[in-house]
Design a protein around this ligand. Structure first.
Ligand code: ARG
Length: 264
């Protein structure tokens, strides 16, 4: 039975602060079955516009495309929502350890990850880009020859970078925990380029006019899906609400809100 009395405003976006919040206790993890209670979502809030920390009026709140989707789904299914922030690399281990009921982090459902977690349907497609200081003259991955390239630890961009490094002479990879650090390293010249997904790169470019980006031609899966512990009964419920969001136009509305009119 659905408990629908949790209205949107009561959905608690608990801890926006960076750090280790302990997720909810065992009886409420990997939920499903009867709705009610709290769902804990883990994310890596370094990824605007998917999820990032907004500091306004002295408070810190995690906001973004994924957060709006998660809030909507939780409300529809009659749960409260708690959000916990961690490094991207820690998200799948958190699911495996039962410290979160689901992950939304612009995460791509790769075959490798499917060995360890279950995924919802893909809710947004993306592409990869190479970001580099303006005038760097990079037009394709071959131009990464001899360059140090930053990627996020544990991301598909890291995997892509590893593949490229096998064929591009002298290219070295530098894996960092947070996208902000990658941008800082680029700005200080400690790395020459970075591989970052298109919409996320765009946001950083808008704030860093000294950087530019070029798209990498089709390189495997890049879309985002919601991740769950293996065998979670939530997958079906989440997929149902995602499908409803597609057909009602709500998903499109959120895409326009967070990615702008030009988005697919
Ligand atoms: N889509 C990429 C992946 O799954 C990158 C996601 C990074 N997300 C984040 N919140 N930092 O590996």
């Amino acid at each position: 039975m659905k408990r629908r009395w949790f209205i949107a405003s009561t959905v608690a976006v608990a801890l926006a602060t960076v750090g280790l919040t302990t997720a909810c206790g065992g009886d409420q993890t990997a939920g499903g079955g009867d709705a009610g209670g709290t769902l804990t979502m883990a994310t890596s809030a370094d990824y605007p516009p998917y999820e990032f920390i907004e500091t306004a009026g002295g408070t810190e709140e995690i906001v973004g495309f994924d957060i709006d989707i998660a809030r909507h789904i939780a409300t529809e299914l009659g749960y409260e929502l708690e959000i916990t922030n961690m490094d991207f690399n820690g998200l799948i281990p958190a699911l495996q350890a039962g410290r979160a009921d689901f992950v939304m982090a612009g995460m791509t459902p790769t075959e490798e990850r499917r060995q360890n977690v279950d995924f919802s349907e893909v809710y947004y497609e993306a592409r990869q880009t190479i970001v580099f200081p303006t005038g760097g003259g990079i037009t394709s991955p071959a131009d990464l020859e001899g360059k140090t390239v930053g990627v996020q630890l544990g991301s598909i961009q890291e995997g892509l970078g590893q593949d490229l490094a096998e064929t591009v002479p002298g290219m070295t990879l530098q894996s960092l925990n947070r996208i902000n650090e990658i941008i800082q390293e680029l700005n200080s010249g400690r790395i020459d380029a970075a591989i970052i997904e298109d919409t996320v790169a765009e946001g950083f470019l808008a704030n860093n006019p000294n950087l530019e980006a070029v798209e990498i031609p089709e390189e495997g899966p890049a879309g985002s899906a919601i991740a769950f512990p293996r065998g979670s009964e939530l997958v079906e419920d989440f997929n149902r609400v995602l499908a409803e969001m597609e057909s009602s136009g709500l998903m499109e509305e959120l895409i326009v809100r967070w990615f702008g009119d030009g988005a697919q």
